[in-house]
Design a protein around this ligand. Structure first.
Ligand code: SIN
Ligand code: FE2
Length: 222
């Protein structure tokens, strides 16, 4: 059917051997699948304390993706720009804690990708509904000497993966329920984004995709 470019079926097994996109960047297909149901319940619990919100952009628009965060730092966008803050500006409370089980999975994914000792201090949680997208960007507001670990749950998406310049050619990488992407080192500042989410319903998340990105924002042990 025209609506789906690729199967909705989750992978049958979890890859522990990376598929390399570029030096320093890889996909670990299905690595998070065994934890999906538990992590989606965690997302819903976290969102009760720090609700999903569509943030304003410095350019005067509103992001189509709804976001929340957990951990020591949370990413915020507003008319002044982008930054990490220790408290949720909507509630004036600290962000909900980053679950230990999440941290351990991110550390394991980073290790499989060759980044030993990655300990994230934040997780950005993105909620995509059909039509939501993320424009081409670099992740550059956090520490650049640590990788980004990204987990996808729910509806499939097309990850646009470019190069160090905005004008570099883009590849289209399907990301399915349970897939993990890790990028760091020479690929840390590669431009990337998400194509508009196609309509659909996923057995676990319904008409929604969740993306979790784990990052190291601040130095030292929190
Ligand atoms: C991001 O680029 O920060 C999120 C990507 C995604 O939703 O997979
Ligand atoms: Fe990003």
């Amino acid at each position: 059917m025209a609506q789906q470019e690729f199967a909705l079926d989750p992978p049958q097994h979890a890859d522990t051997v990376p598929k390399w996109l570029d030096t320093g960047a890889c996909v670990l297909r299905g690595l998070a699948i065994a934890r999906a149901v538990e992590m989606i319940a965690d997302i819903r619990r976290i969102a009760r304390g720090a609700p999903f919100r569509r943030m304003p952009t410095p350019g005067g628009g509103v992001m189509s993706v709804a976001m929340t965060c957990c951990g020591a730092a949370g990413w915020c966008s507003d008319s002044h720009g982008y930054r990490y803050v220790a408290r949720d500006p909507r509630t004036d409370r600290p962000w909900p804690p980053l679950p230990d089980t999440w941290r351990d999975l991110a550390t394991r994914a980073a290790t499989l990708a060759g980044y030993e000792g990655f300990v994230p201090d934040t997780c950005l949680i993105n909620g995509y509904r059909p039509g939501a997208r993320m424009g081409l960007h670099q992740d550059r507001d956090e520490r650049l000497d640590a990788p980004v670990v990204s987990l996808s749950f729910g509806l499939p998406a097309v990850f646009r993966w470019g190069g160090p310049r905005r004008t570099d050619p883009l590849r289209r990488i399907p990301l399915l329920h349970g897939d993990v992407v890790v990028w760091g080192g020479p690929s840390r500042l590669v431009f990337h984004g998400i194509a508009p989410l196609r309509p659909g319903a996923h057995p676990v998340t319904g008409p929604c995709r969740y993306n979790l990105t784990f990052r190291r924002v601040w130095q030292g042990d929190e």
